[in-house]
Design a protein around this ligand. Structure first.
Ligand SMILES: O=C(O)C(=O)C[C@]1(C(=O)O)C=C[C@@H](O)C=C1
Length: 366
């Protein structure tokens, strides 16, 4: 049995070691931040209109850290810590403004902070096209919009916005979506007769709700955060929403992770005004219009196959003009500057009635 004295001494000794390491870490992080400041002055010297945020470099930094990591913290955890250090360094160079599909507390805000880190200034927008407009107008540096969910499929509004816009995709981020049943401190838990949520979230939790709350009225609202807000005002209501909304409105989770599929995740796109140079692992997104004739889809896909380019997604949207008979959204591995990708795109351009490259960007790291 321990007398407590030896234990205290062991603890003291370990905490001294931790203090010493923290002092070293502090100095190292400060030196890193100074280097970032020097990088910023070189960038401004070379080009006064420079981009401070460099997605390809950030992806490389995080990938390198994950490859070097030997534990005990896992790779993702370590990358998240470095994500925050880099976010703070970038904020020293230039505070980065990011518009996202709001309101505050949505999964899109969570995705924005996961991608840019907590030092970014995140601004909620009421609709997807507003995010596009803010970026286009230069009111913010970047925008974040959802594009597809593993359970519910593509978010058409985002794809349609790309058809009318000159915005470029500069990154992607995938978020595991966990939905919870939330109540406030005044909710009568045995009397829940109404549940609020966004239609997509209802769809992701349909079976769970049928099994647990078959009688409750399901009221669709514009966002999960709005659902959480409404719960605060009604004693017989609950909301299906995520952690950020729960925290923002101080709600309690009475059931956690109620999504029907355990791998439920949403992919978000980062939109900006600039092309991103290659990193070691990139994806490209294009939108292609084909004439309405037999074999059109085969003609479109054949060059991808011949150049051995790996398709990661293919979506069709109805065209909105005569020229755009079939519109395909295609994602594939590789960067538009890679010679074999550039050659393939040239061939597709000849076969299509229109081809627009939406951007090449690093494959999501976190
Ligand atoms: O390497 C750069 O260009 C930097 O500005 C430094 C740094 C970093 O902290 O590592 C910061 C911001 C950029 O988005 C990328 C990397």
């Amino acid at each position: 049995m321990s007398d407590g004295v030896g234990e205290d001494q062991d603890l003291d000794a370990l905490r001294k070691q931790i203090d010493a390491l923290d002092s070293e870490l502090l100095q190292l992080i400060s030196r890193r931040a100074q280097y970032a400041q020097q990088v910023a002055s070189i960038k401004t010297c070379v080009d006064p209109q420079t981009q401070f945020y460099r997605p390809e470099r950030e992806a490389e930094v995080l990938r390198r850290i994950m490859a070097l990591n030997d534990g005990p913290l896992d790779d993702e955890e370590m990358a998240r810590l470095f994500r925050e250090i880099m976010s703070a360094c970038l904020a020293l160079e230039q505070p980065i403004k990011v518009a996202y599909l709001g309101p505050e507390g949505t999964f899109t805000q969570q995705a924005a902070l996961k991608h840019f880190g907590e030092s970014a200034i995140s601004l909620p927008m009421a609709a997807i096209d507003e995010v596009f407009r803010e970026v286009e107008a230069g009111a913010v540096h970047y925008g974040v919009v959802p594009v597809e969910n593993s359970t519910e499929g593509v978010i058409n509004h985002t794809l349609d916005s790309f058809m009318d816009s000159s915005m470029r995709i500069s990154g992607e981020v995938v978020l595991r979506i966990h939905q919870h049943l939330l109540v406030s401190s005044t909710t009568r838990r045995d009397k829940i007769s109404r549940i609020y949520s966004h239609p997509q979230s209802f769809a992701q939790c349909r079976k769970w709700l049928d099994a647990h709350y078959p009688q409750a009225e399901r009221v669709p609202v514009s966002s999960n955060a709005e659902a959480a807000r409404l719960v605060r005002t009604e004693w017989h209501s609950a909301a299906i929403a995520g952690d950020m909304a729960a925290k923002l409105y101080d709600l309690e989770k009475i059931y956690e992770k109620v999504e029907d599929r355990p791998d439920n995740s949403t992919r978000f796109l980062i939109i900006g005004n600039h092309d991103v140079p290659p990193s070691s692992e990139d994806k490209t997104s294009v939108v292609v219009a084909m004439r309405n004739q037999p074999g059109a889809l085969h003609a479109l896909l054949e060059p991808f196959h011949r150049h051995q380019i790996d398709l990661t997604r293919l979506e069709t949207r109805p065209s909105r003009s005569g020229a755009w008979n079939y519109v395909f959204f295609i994602d594939f591995r590789g960067h538009q500057d890679d010679p074999h990708v550039a050659a393939m795109l040239e061939e597709v351009r000849l076969r299509a009635s229109e081809l627009k490259v939406l951007g090449s960007y690093p494959v999501g790291v976190l």
